[in-house]
Ligand binder design. Structure first.
Ligand SMILES: N=c1c2ncn([C@@H]3O[C@H](COP(=O)(O)OP(=O)(O)OP(=O)(O)O)[C@@H](O)[C@H]3O)c2ncn1[C@@H]1O[C@H](COP(=O)(O)O)[C@@H](O)[C@H]1O
Length: 107
């Protein structure tokens, strides 16, 4: 049985393709275009995913969600943030429910 593909695997692919030639790698060409271009793509894919949530077919949401995760990985790379840092933040948040955190912010 093959092991399931994970976000760590995707982050490793983005890391390695970031060092490739822009002519052979979409990842590298996006990174070379700079953070503003990467942010624009992430925003576009986020909107497309949101539209798929609101009124798309399930298969469209799967595709758009994959685009968002890929472009988020490129965005993290371009700003030098590791997936481990994001996962650590998510792990830290498991100590409290979202509603409790929201209430604490308002008090
Ligand atoms: N998962 C992805 C992935 N998801 C989406 N995309 C690309 O993201 C782009 C999505 O943007 P759009 O739909 O707006 O397409 P577009 O208009 O052609 O894009 P732009 O010209 O506006 O940038 C497409 O070009 C997709 O091919 C991805 N490109 C790469 N990967 C992964 O990265 C790996 C390395 O890719 P390269 O860097 O190209 O070698 C691949 O093997 C995959 O594992």
């Amino acid at each position: 049985m093959t092991t399931p593909f994970t976000l760590n695997d995707l982050a490793a692919i983005v890391e390695s393709r970031a060092a490739a030639d822009a002519g052979s790698s979409y990842t590298r060409s996006l990174i070379e275009a700079g953070p503003a271009r990467v942010a624009k793509k992430l925003g576009e894919e986020g909107v497309e995913a949101a539209l798929a949530v609101a009124c798309g077919a399930k298969v469209e949401l799967v595709s758009e969600a994959a685009d968002v995760l890929y472009h988020l990985m490129v965005a993290l790379k371009v700003r030098d943030v590791s997936i481990a840092e994001v996962m650590a933040e998510l792990e830290r948040r498991t100590a409290q429910s979202g509603l409790a955190e929201k209430a604490a912010r308002k008090s």
